[in-house]
Every structure is written in structure tokens, then in C-alpha cells.
Ligand binder design. Sequence first.
Ligand code: CA
Length: 296
Amino acid sequence: MMRGYGVVVMGIVGLFGWGVLWFGNLYPSFSLQPDYMSITDLRYQVDRISANSRNAFWQTLEERPLEDYLLFEETFEGIEPLSTTVNLQTDSEHGFHVVTDPVNKKNKAARFELRASDPMVHRGKRSELFVLDRVTQKEIWYSFAVLFPESGYTPDSSNELISQWHQEGSPPISLRTVDDIIYLRVRHSTQSDKWKVMDVAPLTKDVWHEFVFHIIHSAGADALIEVWHNGQKCVTYKGPNHFEDKKMPYWKVGVYKAKWNNNRTASDTRVIYFDNIRVGNELASFETMQPFEELE
Ligand SMILES: [Ca+2]
């Protein structure tokens, strides 16, 4: 009798092992792998990073074979996207996914979605990636690509932030969209014109917009913001861009729509894609911060 049980158990174990091997080997050829990484998986990664303290960001960087000029890079191609970012600020299942690029099926990108009905996260309606904690030096290069899908980004006369350099209170530097324009808003020194607003590019849909920012975070004479859009220089601004008495900025990308905190607007959904997010130190240049691969 016992021997009979033993044979049955051995059989079950054997079948199980065979199944693991068989499906394990065939797994890549099946389409079982989801097109996106779930927010639960990403949260696990982010929690794991957070648990190791903020220094984990820099510790992880030290392990990566980045060029001397590069402090951070995320192309969403690896098996562990977001392994070096600080935090993901969304609280909905649709808020963030790594997906196939809508215009280049060989590429992966990050898809953010924010709905007016979403819960507040950090006191606001946002789906944002906290890329970089407080910068430690004044001169930094930033670059990223962003795409607005026609179906998920209907015109709205109420603006939203798609990238922000934040100290405390209102961000001193933010890239925003309104109606059919992408524009830059920068803290200005004079009380009569507190915010300097500069148009950057038309908000064309279903194409990648590639941005390179060269910023010297300062309230003094050395302050500088240079912006390139799709390879063309579109902003050179030498006015103050920084609150001198506050901490150095942290950097986020994604979408934050303050108006939705208490009101509704002409749109109720914002879908936006990001890719090739990079941060460079003072050794970087416009040439080195451009995308390494074509997006379209
Ligand atoms: Ca990519």
C-alpha cells in the first residue's frame, strides 16, 4: 500500500518537474508574457529600492556601466525597468505601465494615464515618475522623449505639467502643455512678472518629441536654461530659475494636473508616453544627451 502511494507521489512530482521544464523552455515562444509590467511588480521594485534608503539610487548607479557623463538612464528595455528611479507616484492600475511603443513596435516605453476621477496622490492628481532626488550640483543635463496620443490627449485650455524640477511649493521650472502648445514656465525674479513663460513646441500628436535640457540651477548671474526640441535649439534663458533659500531640486516626469484636484476641465483623461530618460553631469553635451537609438 505504502509503495503504491510512493509511486503516485513520485509520478506527481515527476510530472510537475517535467511541466516546469517543458513550459519553462517554451515560455518565451508563447505569448504568455504580458505586454506590460504590472504596477504591482513595479511597486515591489520601488518599495525594495526605498527600503534601502535614498542612497540606494546612487549605490545602484555605481553598479551600472554608464559613461562618465551619464548619471542616470532609463530606456524601459531591460528586465527591471525603474530599478534606479526613486519613486512612482500613482495609485491606479492604469497609472503606469511599460508597454510597446505605439509607433515603433520594436521599442518599449512608459505609458502614463491620469483620469480626473483618480485618487489624489501626494496631495494632487498625478501619475509621475520621481526620477532624481535632490540634485547635488548646479549644472545638469536632462533628456527624454515624450509622445501624446491623439485619442488620449484631447485639447484642454487648462494646463498640466509633464516634467517638473521641484524645490518646495510651486516648481521653479516646469514643462507644461495647454491647448496645442508645449511651453516652459520658469521662476522669475521680479514680482511684477513672477513666472517667465516660453513656448517650446507645437503639441503635435502621435509623434515622439525629443527634448534635451541643459540647466544651471541658480538664482544668480550664472543661471541658465537651454532647451533643444527634436534637435533644434528653441530656448536660451539666462534669468533666475531657482529659489535660492530652498533645497536643490528633484526631477519628475509624467503628468500632474492641478486643476483636477478640485475641478473638472474640457478633458477627463491624459495619456502620455515617455522614453529614453537621461540625466548627465557637467561633462555631458547636447550631442551625448541625444537618444542612442531612433524612436521612429
Ligand atoms: Ca525604449
